[in-house]
Write a new protein. Structure first.
Length: 133
């Protein structure tokens, strides 16, 4: 994939993301728009914190590290420029890594490191297959 294609893809994804946020705000869902806007940065903070936590098993840290490398790599199982399917492989791998992490370290550890609102933490835990109260 060329740099131009990557930049165009990134621009389109950012435009769609911004449109969804604006639609939520226009529909009177400012809280949800704020949570969605912070979701990706919150996930980055979560991963960074989990990598530094001694309660997280080493194999889980290695898995998280490999996931980060895969997500930032321009090489994917399904190229990101393919709508929906291109992001689906990333989401599936993230869900599998979260499922492993929650099973090994526990929901309490993940919850302690989650920087965002409880609403999005519940989404992360549901994505991992954990029970949410």
């Amino acid at each position: 994939m060329s740099l131009t294609t990557l930049l165009i893809t990134l621009g389109v994804l950012l435009a769609v993301y911004a449109a969804v946020l604006l639609a939520l705000v226009a529909a009177g869902h400012g809280t949800e728009a704020s949570a969605l806007a912070r979701f990706v940065p919150d996930c980055v903070v979560l991963v960074r914190r989990l990598l530094g936590d001694p309660r997280v098993p080493v194999e889980s840290k290695v898995l998280l590290g490999l996931l980060v490398v895969y997500l930032v790599s321009p090489i994917d199982l399904i190229p990101d420029f393919i709508p929906v399917a291109g992001q689906l492989d990333d989401a599936v791998l993230l869900a599998l890594a979260l499922r492993h992490l929650v099973r090994r370290a526990g929901t309490r550890v993940v919850a302690q490191h989650w920087p965002g609102p409880a609403q999005t933490l519940n989404a992360v835990l549901l994505l991992s297959g954990a029970r949410v109260r």
